[in-house]
Write a protein that binds this ligand. Structure first.
Ligand code: ATP
Length: 290
């Protein structure tokens, strides 16, 4: 096998709580992660000269060691002292710096692909252990599906699959600095409202979409929305157009909405397009790996 093509799937957070701040400055989180069928295409081919290179359709992304794809490839190539190299072609669709773990899922796909191409025989657990060296979200992106993430996001417990329903994903044309959001959270940590993550898990287990939507919560909305009120406007627009629930993913600015049926979701997508508020808009579905 000389090349492999993979789908690197995005995630949303159905619930996101920050439970504490560690002495080293990292935040302790309690998040419900969900994979969705929105993906980047990652094609990896062997190079005989040992070079590790990449190309991507987004010109503003780094294609050097700062790209998580290169980091992931080099991690395995160095560890296993592989003489050949790889060229990675990355076709981005997942919004960048948007709370959807785009870079982390690309890295997870590269770990998976390099493992297969060079027949390294690493199982999922072994890939996840290596993934955490690249980023806290990478192990989850290797695992995929519905999961509770604790610690700094790397302590994972699988949950029963989330109810299948149409998911509308909308990113406005603004950028959010994750660092700025967490810094702002530190300043108001004692007063923010914490979502009921355990209650949410109960509703996921029961397959109760209405219950899930009533309990969905993201503690980071309290700091990101005042900085970028368009996020609240997009949520409101989705709700006005029939979403059962709508929320910001990660540190934002991406908003997702859950719908009972495809017809309503498509109409909501059209309505949101007409507002001109969003730059990237996708109607997708929940990914279930079980
Ligand atoms: P999270 O959901 O974990 O907060 P995110 O959506 O904030 O992730 P990414 O899309 O991964 O963030 O991008 C964050 C930054 O990482 C970008 O500004 C980019 O420069 C850098 N980066 C490195 N590798 C990649 C990659 N393969 N795809 C996208 N961004 C990458």
């Amino acid at each position: 096998m000389d090349n492999i093509s993979l789908k690197a799937l995005a995630k949303i957070n159905i619930g996101l709580d920050v439970t504490g701040i560690r002495d080293d400055g990292y935040h302790e989180v309690k998040m419900i992660m969900q994979t969705v069928n929105l993906f980047d295409k990652v094609s990896i081919s062997k190079t005989a000269d040992g070079s590790v290179t990449m190309a991507t359709n987004l010109k503003f992304l780094p294609v050097n060691d700062d790209n998580l794809c290169i980091k992931a490839a080099k991690l395995l190539i160095d560890e296993f002292q592989i003489k050949e190299g790889v060229h990675i072609d990355l076709e981005k669709h997942i919004p960048v710096a948007a709370g959807m773990a785009g870079g982390s899922t690309d890295a997870a796909a590269v770990l998976f692909g390099v493992n297969k191409l060079f027949n390294l025989k690493l199982n999922k657990k072994a890939l996840m252990e290596r993934g955490v060296k690249i980023g806290a979200d990478v192990p989850y992106c290797v695992m995929r599906g519905t999961a509770l993430a604790e610690g700094i996001g790397e302590v994972l417990s699988p949950l029963p699959p989330m109810v299948k329903c149409p998911v509308l994903i909308a990113k406005p044309g603004i950028s959010v600095s994750t660092k700025q959001v967490y810094n702002a959270l530190d300043d108001c940590f004692d007063t923010v409202e914490h979502p009921d993550i355990d209650g949410l898990i109960g509703d996921i287990k029961a397959g109760d979409l209405a219950g899930i939507c009533s309990k969905m919560g993201n503690v980071l909305e309290d700091v990101t929305i005042p900085l970028h009120p368009i996020i609240a406007d997009i949520k409101a627009n989705m709700m006005e157009n029939g979403a059962v629930g709508a929320m910001m993913s990660g540190s934002g600015p991406t908003v997702f909405g859950f719908f009972n049926d495809n017809k309503t979701a498509k109409a909501a997508k059209d309505a949101l397009t007409k507002t001109g508020m969003v730059k990237q808009l996708y109607l997708t579905t929940m990914f279930n790996n079980r």
